[in-house]
Write a protein of this length. Structure first.
Length: 704
């Protein structure tokens, strides 16, 4: 090792390697040169025990009573929260956060109940049971489970489709047209079934520890979809703002058809409805932007403007008799108390099973993303699988109580986060308030104009709709994410949300493969003044050695491209070119570049042309290539196509007298090559631990 004049700190590794740090930030590493076999002998990988189903079952079954109790209690985090509850430290934050968020639950529950094509009371049922059940099974103090606009919209799509099918069946049987109450019964039964199935799916995923599935939903996909859902939600309320009843549409292009129908009936607009909605929207925006957002750091709790607008709107509508005088549509009779629980309507579950699966995935994606966001912000860990179980249990129980599928809502969750909720017990004041509304207060909102709820729902979509402002930033950061966002959003809006999910997931998978296919291998070389691999462009190239770095995994989608790049950048043994037979040197002119050839000339029958083997990479002048080193350090997966390419490249280069060496093989790749009999035709001594081992061996003439 070179002796340095600066102060040095010498460290020795267990293998005797020396690492030297100098005061000028220089690093020198000294160790043995390793082939892959030598490295494996020196540092053998730990043996993995052979998998045995019987041994695994036996291990799981040897549980004591204490172990079983711990497993059972692990599904009830509320027990741990209650046992460790610090009354003086936690009570104020939990009470204040829970009470504040309840003021937002009430108008959202009523509005989303109507958005789901049900009644306001069903939104209250959905909120109450979701809040209570999540309090028992959830792990995040900040998740506000309950009604959610996206889930309500998807529910409306399903229940209206089933109601239309029910009406069509009655007409086909020459029976009388169903009454509104009969249609509503079909809708309620369908929403209960959706809730039940969503709960089963999420609970099953939680029990099977499938929380990892959330990693497959990209941020760009969720962003594009939720923004499109906000467009659908806001658009669904536009007819209520105008006081116009539009036809119900389903399937592809339903949003476009709804607007066409709306504008065809624009002459039926109720001016009173528009004035009420505009006044409510202006009030909500002024308070939320100019007060709640501007002074959020100075306020103990935000102004519950949604609740205030609902109360004032109801009072004014009642005393001014909006329904009779201005023909304003109101919420109508709201039942007091709970409806007797019933069994979900599962007769036609096959017709909406796919919708229920989509709801489950979206409920999971929206809820777990908010839970992780708050967990990172406050440093409080959550259990992904337990969260899955909690979301599932909330929907499963709600499915028996005339509810529709639930999820968290970002506005409510951010309130719990900003007000310092400490445990899931903050749901107690929330559930008590909602219970009072269901038992006593709900009937006071009979005169609430639907245009007030419509205005509130539209304004609640503000933050989601403003995600369009992120598009320039997304484009700047990553073009692939931009494409995923735009495709998901466009298809969801112009076609339908279900198709948007398919398109979003499909384009995400396609772009992952495309990124691999577009990955470009490159020729690298050691820098002249230090041990760093750099791009060969602009650097002096070795006269007889080429190092090719494979940039991605070798599998069916990339194998042929990687092979063609190796041939392009090093030499293509199969390519023949025509040259002037009178040429006296080995240089040949090619239209796309200047290359050098070392092949023997072979005259054609007429003697006019000569064909030679191309032995140099396009665009690079070099001497005869004798050695090729393929760097596989970035390759973690090889399939049969990739194995075939490696076998083919090493064989054809060997046939034309070029030695091939491999470096940086991962353990999983080595196992694949071993199983594919690669080393029966390729010597193990030609496989090095990394590129520098091969280069050092070449420099000292020990191997290469």
């Amino acid at each position: 090792m070179e002796r340095l004049t600066e102060m040095e700190h010498l460290m020795k590794t267990p293998a005797g390697d020396k690492v030297t740090f100098s005061g000028q930030g220089k690093l020198q590493l000294s160790r043995q040169v390793y082939t892959q076999d030598a490295y494996d002998r020196t540092y053998p990988a730990p043996e993995r025990p052979e998998f045995s189903i019987a041994r695994t079952i036996k291990k799981k079954c040897t549980c004591t009573a204490e172990d079983i109790l711990k497993i059972v209690l692990s599904y009830f985090p509320v027990v741990d929260f209650a046992r460790k509850y610090r009354l003086k430290e936690y009570i104020l934050g939990d009470f204040l956060a829970g009470l504040t968020v309840s003021f937002l639950h009430l108008p959202m529950a009523m509005g989303f109940g109507i958005l789901a094509s049900l009644r306001p009371i069903h939104g209250l049922y959905s909120t109450f049971f979701a809040v209570v059940v999540y309090m028992i099974f959830g792990t995040s103090p900040y998740i506000s489970n309950g009604t959610n606009a996206v889930m309500a919209l998807l529910t409306a799509t399903v229940v209206e489709r089933e109601a239309d099918a029910f009406t069509a069946a009655r007409q086909a049987a020459n029976e009388s047209m169903p009454t509104e109450d009969e249609i509503m019964e079909v809708k309620i039964g369908t929403s209960m079934a959706c809730c039940f199935v969503v709960g089963l799916i999420l609970m099953g995923m939680g029990l099977l520890k499938l929380g990892v599935i959330t990693t497959y939903l990209s941020v760009s996909f969720v962003g594009g979809f939720t923004t499109a859902a906000a467009v659908h939600i806001a658009s669904s309320q536009v007819p209520k703002v105008f006081g116009i009843k539009v036809q119900t549409f389903a399937g592809a292009g339903k949003l476009v058809r709804m607007y066409i129908d709306l504008f065809s009936k624009i002459a039926q607009t109720n001016a009173a409805e528009i004035i009420i909605a505009l006044l409510c929207m202006i009030t909500l925006l002024l308070v939320k932007i100019c007060i709640n957002e501007r002074f959020k750091d100075k306020m103990k709790m935000p102004v519950p403007i949604d609740l205030i607008v609902v109360i004032l709107g109801t009072i004014i509508s009642h005393f001014a008799n909006f329904k009779e005088v201005f023909d304003v549509k109101v919420a109508g009779e709201i039942p007091t108390g709970f409806t007797s629980p019933g069994l979900p309507r599962l007769q036609n579950v096959g017709s909406f099973a796919s919708d229920a699966f989509v709801m489950a995935i979206l409920s999971l994606a929206m809820s777990i993303s908010m839970a992780k966001l708050c967990a990172n912000k406050h440093g409080i860990p959550i259990d992904d699988n337990q969260e899955l179980f909690a979301y599932g249990a909330s929907n499963f129980v709600s499915g028996f109580f005339h509810s529709f599928p639930s999820a968290t809502a970002p506005p409510r969750t951010m309130i719990l986060s900003s007000l310092g909720a400490r445990t899931t017990l903050n749901a107690i004041p929330t559930s008590v308030f909602i219970l009072l509304v269901i038992l006593v207060i709900g009937q006071l909102f009979v005169s609430l104009p639907l245009s007030v709820l419509a205005a509130m729902i539209i304004i609640s979509m503000k933050d989601l709709l403003l995600q369009y402002r992120n598009l320039p930033r997304i484009w700047k950061i990553n073009k692939y994410d931009f494409v995923i966002w735009v495709v998901t959003n466009s298809v969801s809006i112009l076609v339908d949300l279900n198709y948007g999910i398919i398109a979003g997931v499909g384009i995400s998978i396609f772009l992952v493969i495309l990124r691999d296919q577009c990955a470009s291998g490159k020729i690298v070389t050691r820098a002249s003044n230090e041990d760093i691999l750099v791009n060969v462009r602009g650097c002096k190239q070795s006269s007889n050695l080429r190092i090719f770095k494979v940039p991605t995994n070798l599998y069916f989608a990339t194998a042929e491209r990687i092979k063609s790049q190796i041939y392009k950048h090093i030499t293509n043994p199969n390519r023949k070119i025509k040259v002037n037979p009178k040429a006296t040197d080995q240089s040949v002119d090619v239209k796309d570049s200047v290359v050098e050839s070392n092949g023997e000339a072979a005259h054609t029958e007429n003697g006019s042309t000569t064909t030679v083997e191309l032995e140099a990479s396009a665009g690079i002048k070099s001497d005869k290539i004798e050695t090729v080193l393929i760097d596989l350090s970035s390759v973690e997966y090889v399939d049969m196509a990739g194995l075939g390419v490696l076998q083919q490249v090493t064989k054809v280069y060997k046939d034309i007298g070029i030695d091939v060496f491999l470096a940086g093989i991962q353990s999983g790749v080595a196992e694949t090559l071993e199983a594919g009999d690669f080393f029966k035709t390729f010597p193990r001594s030609a496989v090095y631990y990394d590129v520098f081992d091969a280069l050092e061996a070449n420099r000292t003439h020990t191997q290469l």
